[in-house]
Design a protein around this ligand. Sequence first.
Ligand code: ADP
Ligand code: MG
Length: 421
Amino acid sequence: MDFTSFSFAPAINAGITACGFQAPTPIQQQTLPPALAGHDVMGLAQTGTGKTAAFVLPILQRLQSGPKGRTRALVLAPTRELAEQITVSCRELGQKTGLRAVSVYGGVNKNTQLTQLRRGAEIIVACPGRLLDHLRDGAIKLDGVEVMVMDEADQMCDMGFLPDIRKILRHLPVKRQNMMFSATMPPDIRRLAGEFLDNPQEVKIAADRPSATVSQTLFPVEARQKTALLLTLLTEKPVRSALVFTRTKHGAKKLARRLNAAGHQATDLQGNMSQNKRRAALDGFRDGTFTILVATDIAARGLDVAKVSHVINYDMPNTAEAYTHRIGRTGRALCDGAAFSLVLQEDQSLVRTIERGLGTTIERRQLESLVSDELDNVPAPSRGRRPAARPTARPTARPTTRSAASRRPAGPAQVRRGGRG
Ligand code: ADP
Ligand code: MG
């Protein structure tokens, strides 16, 4: 199957070609026909499967005819980066259509955004908070919206955007096309789909398991050994580009600092940063200035970063689905990727759930000697309260591999704790 079977307008076909897309991905193959026919759609597929074009292309096709200069399509996205990314996709795929897409999100000047909007935009890609702000000010009108898309719906739920979304939808005409995309389908999302979608065509691309090109490894560890373990892993083999997940915003910031102090090119991406800093971090990670991006789930979800060689769960996520989602960020497009997870005792039941879902056990490794406590207590590079201890891994800190799947009667490798222990 190729894109010609959808009878897109020539201007849209030109955009598809310009983007280098040769054939539709599975989620595109299955959602494009109902979406182009104007049906409501619920699309479920892993990260990196091409969901954006699955809703952008039908929007562009619809907007080919009818009034110009008024907002006719609304896409809701959970994060600023994602909104920006979707806007860029609209512009690239729609480059020959003359249609305009504008992002609306917080953290940047409201008036600049309004100036852009006043020039006329047929497509608005928005984060709920700022959009609601503009709606309250009467600065944006959505009464001409014909199609509404909710991208990363599961994350929007997690982030507590539901009340805002309900308020936004009151500004839209009742008769419209709705599309919802999500990587996972927890009960909340099912309920949400029932609330917002009218008799939707449901498309699920079965991929509740990570791509076979991703090797997964668990590292049982104690909390205070995590940083030392991470530093060892990062020096064990050259890491081209690593996405490291932490649970908290503060944790991301602190860890990025530590990695920089140890000589890595690292940056953080989290919600406490200004929009300019967030953009610089992401751009720097994309162009290779930074080899390591330390991020919270919220900041990193849905972002399309080509060629992530390693996903490292410094902190485990809360759910098995989130685990699958995270590690889907590597091993894309048949590149090999590695997913490392630092697991605490308290993560064990989650690990069992993940393994049950995979139908297999994940390889466990332990690093034999770890310079742990000293490392974790090295003061931040700025101004330490203690005399400087050098954050260098001992040359003897060599990892040993022990595969849970292997039948070799290897004795359990010991994790030794140095320092205060
Ligand atoms: P998702 O939203 O499912 O995570 P994206 O829409 O961000 O995925 O797409 C992931 C990557 O795949 C993007 O870089 C996008 O340009 C690319 N892509 C999407 N559709 C196609 C296609 N039909 N052919 C080739 N590349 C594609
Ligand atoms: Mg997406």
